[in-house]
Design a protein around this ligand. Structure first.
Ligand SMILES: NC(=O)C1=CN([C@@H]2O[C@H](COP(=O)(O)OP(=O)(O)OC[C@H]3O[C@@H](n4cnc5c(N)ncnc54)[C@H](OP(=O)(O)O)[C@@H]3O)[C@@H](O)[C@H]2O)[C@@H](O)CC1
Ligand SMILES: Nc1ncnc2c1ncn2[C@@H]1O[C@H](COP(=O)(O)OP(=O)(O)O)[C@@H](O)[C@H]1O
Ligand SMILES: [K+]
Length: 504
């Protein structure tokens, strides 16, 4: 699913109005209809609705929703905010259509305004995708009032005060929504930490924007959906054997950090890889053979850290490097030798492999094309320097992928996969239970296992990141978020594969 900018959404609107054709006010009616249908499904008529409307079409949506909810027997109260300024024609028309029985207050100030019922629902229709500057005056006051209430806050299209595709200044007024109902497409701001925190849970409401426009419009931003991940998944063939599913090599572990590479090894095996070998320093031999009997072990000459890669790398279809590796100079030299030598098998680089890469520009220049890198934001900062805001970080991600012809999984609540062409995919699975040590190592194992089975680098990232988050969601359902630990992720990986394969 594409993510459109605010300008593209306006164009989609205009295209639909011209081509369907449909009048602007009827398109608003369709949007409000979809909104009310969702609300009525989730909130019973004993919940009072408090609808805050600004001067634009977002306010118009709020007014249309007020009328439709009232018609269906809901108790509705409307607050008009700053609408003595210029209002949009569709706002005006919906204000005229508002039944007289609905109480309407013109909010000049929130001083002395009593609190709404904590059992009620506030609909935030102050501003939508047309926001052009930070909120001030009565708008800022209304936002503060809404944020003080205990009622459930549902934002129409986007929480008021957020830009769909640009950063907000720190401290500027924004509605803190429990739920956001976004028309047709989610907004880019939903996926990024600084803005996404205001959005709450979000759902997309289709409103029938013209499919021709949506197919043709080009956007670098995509949502990684279940359908997309499902289309990548390859079934296993009846007469296949372990040779059909690749041989992966994981290199990592050091004294005190053997857990990281054993987590990755378990995860690689659970992706269905045919064979797995793990290269560890001497100290890790017994640990690995005991903890992961399915994996073959190779050992370094050194006891506590790694100083070389195996000679015969050709027999591996993917090489995953990093979990628990440490940053010893010997390990850095080994990485440099690997990159400067013959083209190695397809690579997955994580953790200390990334830190070594960040610390040494010359190694980075020799990064083999089509490599997969999986930094968290701090590791990414070491590679590319600090970003001024979340949207800038996306630009840096695109720059890095195109400069090095590689694929980067920027990990987070909505992990973002970047490709050399500049396309970005935002993941939709996963939960805060996964914010715990070792979950990234599990991802490295998953990606190494999938890549070794012959998935393209992009498909590996899309499928692997989706499955990793889905395993986290299934684990959290059973274990709860707080108690989730990294090994739960590979324990639930099988259930995630099964769930992904299910047709809805
Ligand atoms: N296709 C769809 O998705 C559909 C979308 N629909 C709905 O339309 C919404 C977009 O509507 P919209 O363009 O009228 O924008 P909205 O945000 O309501 O108001 C903009 C107005 O506010 C003003 N203004 C801006 N910032 C301001 C500020 N800080 N302080 C004060 N004023 C400020 C701005 O003025 P200006 O920037 O010119 O000064 C302009 O007059 C969208 O989110 C969705 O809810 C559906 O109805 C139909 C299908
Ligand atoms: N709040 C969250 N919601 C969803 N996924 C998360 C969240 N926090 C972390 N994760 C996921 O957990 C993993 C953490 O990786 P990383 O930071 O490398 O951990 P570690 O280094 O301990 O293995 C990433 O895949 C990330 O996307
Ligand atoms: K809004």
């Amino acid at each position: 699913m594409k993510i459109l900018t605010a300008a593209q959404t306006r164009d989609a609107d205009a295209y639909t109005i011209a081509q369907e054709p449909i009048s602007s006010v009827n398109l608003m009616e369709r949007a409000a209809g979809a909104l009310v249908k969702w609300l009525e499904k989730h909130y019973s008529p004993d919940k009072p609705f408090y609808i805050f409307c600004g001067p634009g079409n977002n306010g118009g949506d709020g007014l249309a929703a007020a009328r439709l909810l009232h018609q269906d027997g809901y108790d509705v109260e409307v607050f008009l905010v700053g609408t003595n300024q210029k209002t949009s024609p569709d706002f005006d028309q919906n204000l005229q259509r508002l039944p007289q029985e609905i109480t309407v207050s013109h909010l000049e100030t929130t001083v002395g305004v009593s609190d709404v019922s904590p059992l009620g629902v506030i609909l935030d229709g102050l501003f939508g995708s047309g926001l052009s500057r930070p909120l001030e005056g009565i708008y800022a006051e209304a936002v503060a009032y809404i944020n003080r209430q205990d009622a459930t806050v549902v934002a129409i299209d986007i929480p008021s005060g957020l830009f769909a595709d640009a950063p907000i200044q720190e401290g500027s007024p924004v509605v803190e929504a429990d739920m956001t109902l976004s028309f047709e497409q989610p907004k880019l701001a939903f996926f990024l930490p600084a803005s996404g925190a205001f959005v709450g849970e979000w759902h997309v409401l289709p409103i029938g924007l013209h499919s021709e426009f949506l197919e043709q419009v080009s956007s670098p931003y995509h949502v990684l959906t279940k359908e997309k991940a499902q289309s990548i998944l390859k079934p296993r063939a009846k007469f296949s054997h372990k040779g059909s599913y690749g041989h992966a090599l994981l290199v990592g572990g050091s004294y005190g950090k053997m857990g990281a590479v054993t987590l990755a090894a378990h995860a690689a095996l659970r992706t269905g890889v045919g064979l797995l070998t793990v290269q560890v320093p001497q100290t890790g031999y017994g640990i690995l053979q005991t903890a992961v009997p399915e994996a073959m072990a190779l050992t370094d000459d050194l006891d506590r850290h790694l100083s070389r890669f195996p000679e015969d790398l050709d027999r591996f279809q993917c090489l995953g490097i990093g979990p628990g590796l440490g940053q010893h100079e010997d390990s850095r030299l080994a990485l440099e030798t690997l990159f400067r030598g013959q083209l190695p098998p397809p690579l997955v680089l994580d953790a200390d492999a990334l830190n070594l890469l960040a610390a040494d520009r010359t190694i980075r220049q020799h990064l083999p094309p089509d490599s997969i890198l999986t930094p968290h934001p701090k590791e990414f900062e070491r590679l590319m320097g600090p970003a001024t805001h979340d949207f800038h970080r996306l630009q840096l991600l695109q720059d890095f992928c195109s400069e090095h012809s590689c694929y980067v999984v920027l990990k987070g609540a909505h992990s973002c996969i970047g490709s050399p062409e500049g396309t970005l995919y935002f993941n939709t699975t996963g939960n805060p239970g996964m914010a715990t040590g070792g979950t990234g190592d599990v991802l490295t194992g998953i990606l190494t296992g999938l890549r070794a089975q012959g998935y393209s680098p992009l498909d590996t990232c899309l499928l692997g990141v989706y499955l990793h988050g889905l395993a986290g969601d299934l684990a959290a359902e059973q274990e709860g978020q707080a108690s989730l630990i990294a090994s739960d992720l590979y324990t639930y990986l099988g259930a995630a594969f099964k769930k992904l394969a299910e047709k809805e």
